[in-house]
Design a binder for this molecule. Structure first.
Ligand code: ADP
Length: 463
């Protein structure tokens, strides 16, 4: 854009200079034209004046009465004065006659040199006749001789004056032609520059302008979309909050009546007189169902609690795993499971309680879904990557069919009946939610009958 601006300013300056030059030349053209035509006029008038001098001189010398003589003498005087003034003006310039300056060519100067004897003779004799002659002495031979001199040089004067006028005219024409050419050339330069400016400056500038406008429209649209999305996200957050609250309150409130049912069924089992088989079975079913329901409620309650931690803290992964091993001690003992960590020793920002719960779910699942004939072996791995920390939990259990790789992360999705494996179908949904809270991903790789590896990432974030 800056380059175009600079080019635009330069082009505009050149055009302005060209047009100003053209204007100046045009004005000079007009001035010269006016001067040239004045000179050509005066030069042409010299012919007429010299003829008038000759005519007045003849009339003066042949005057038959004093009145005619005086009139002729006055005519002669006027004619000779104007003629002589014009002659000088043509050579030296004369403001009064409209010739401010003269710039005669060598050719014209040569002609003036040629014409000088004729001019001087006519002038001298015409002045003598105009100033000195009187009607009484008009018959003297000297006046006749003056007239003869005038007439003798008249022809020479006319011929050379014609040549001068012709030369003036020709030179004026040449000047007009060359100035017109220059003027035309400059106009053409200005026009070409304007066209070039249009092609190389305005067109790219317009294209840039159009591109910027398009970008602006897109970014305004995005902005508007972002604004709407933000509003929508806020609404969703509020709704989510309300739902979480609802789930929490409902599951929490339902646990109480369940506890009551459990207590009563225990009292019933203990205190009643010996029950028949059907009664005994019924109490067992009530008891088991109530316990299952309680488990269910507790997992929902826990699910609704995810994300309560407000800030990430620095978590030492190995420490978390060690703590979990202690917490899960009885399960590990019971199932004779082994838990190993083979990864890098990492410390990173995370929601510690949620991360612990996530690892616990994966480890417990790894043990729970172990093969009957094998002792469960859980191998944990962790490595730092460019933008995330990658953690994996591998087991040697029953494995998962590929078609369920996605589904198992949904709430209440189970691949087994409760008789086969205890559970609520909420654990992996729980894990997914925790991972999302850490801006990460969770996925599984598994082979049926061989084992499964659950992977999850935790995004790196400054604390
Ligand atoms: P739950 O274990 O309570 O049923 P989860 O959400 O933890 O619920 O798991 C969903 C389902 O995914 C389980 O029912 C089980 O079929 C399958 N699953 C989870 N972890 C494993 C695992 N390590 N090996 C094999 N199957 C698993």
């Amino acid at each position: 854009m800056v380059r175009i601006e600079r080019a635009y300013v330069i082009a505009l300056t050149i055009i302005a200079i060209t047009i100003t030059l053209t204007q100046l030349i045009s004005q000079r053209h007009i001035r010269l034209n006016r001067l040239d035509s004045t000179i050509v006029n005066i030069s042409g008038r010299q012919r007429m004046l010299s003829q008038k001098i000759a005519k007045s001189a003849i009339q003066l010398v042949t005057a038959t009465d004093s009145v005619r003589f005086i009139n002729s003498q006055s005519e002669l005087r006027k004619a000779v004065n104007l003629w002589a003034q014009s002659h000088r003006a043509l050579q030296n310039g004369d403001d009064e006659m409209g010739i401010s300056s003269v710039n005669n060519s060598d050719e014209i100067l040569g002609h003036f040199e040629q014409i000088r004897p004729a001019f001087e003779s006519i002038h001298k004799n015409a002045v003598i006749l105009a100033e000195k002659s009187t009607f009484q002495t008009i018959n003297q031979p000297s006046w006749q001789s003056s007239l003869q001199h005038i007439l003798d040089h008249e022809n020479d004067f006319l011929t050379i004056m014609d040549a001068i006028t012709f030369q003036y005219d020709e030179e004026a024409q040449q000047r007009v032609t060359s100035l017109s050419r220059l003027e035309f050339g400059l106009y053409m330069v200005a026009i070409i520059l304007l066209i070039l400016e249009a092609i190389f400056i305005f067109r790219p500038a317009l294209r840039l302008l159009k591109e910027s406008t398009d970008k602006l429209i897109v970014s305004e649209r995005n902005l508007e979309q972002a604004r709407v999305e933000k509003q929508y996200t806020k609404q969703l957050e509020t709704k989510n909050q309300e739902l979480r609250q609802f789930v929490y309150i409902t599951s929490h409130d339902l646990i109480e009546p369940l506890n009551t049912i459990i207590s009563f069924s225990k009292i019933l089992a203990r205190n009643s007189s010996p029950m028949n088989e059907l009664q005994q079975k019924s109490v067992d079913v009530i008891n088991k169902s109530a316990f299952r329901m309680k488990d269910f409620m507790l997992s929902i309650l826990e699910f609704s609690r995810i994300g309560r931690e407000k800030t990430r803290t620095e978590v030492d992964l190995i420490e978390v795993i060690e703590k979990l091993k202690t917490d899960l001690h009885s399960l590990i003992e019971e199932k004779q499971a082994s838990i190993q960590f083979v990864g890098e020793s990492l410390k990173f920002g995370a929601y510690e309680n949620d991360l612990t719960k996530l690892l616990q779910n994966l480890i417990v699942n790894g043990i729970k879904y172990g093969k009957k004939e094998l002792k469960p072996e859980i191998i944990l791995d962790a490595k730092e990557q460019k933008e995330v920390y990658l953690v994996s939990v591998k087991d040697n259990g029953i494995g998962i069919p590929e078609k369920y790789f996605e589904r198992i992360f949904e709430v209440f999705q189970r691949l087994h009946t409760r008789d086969q494996y205890e559970g609520t179908g909420i654990g992996l949904a729980h894990c997914k939610k925790i991972v999302e809270l850490h801006d990460g991903d969770i996925w599984v790789e598994s082979e049926e009958g061989v084992g499964s590896t659950f992977y999850f990432t935790i995004s790196k974030q400054p604390l």
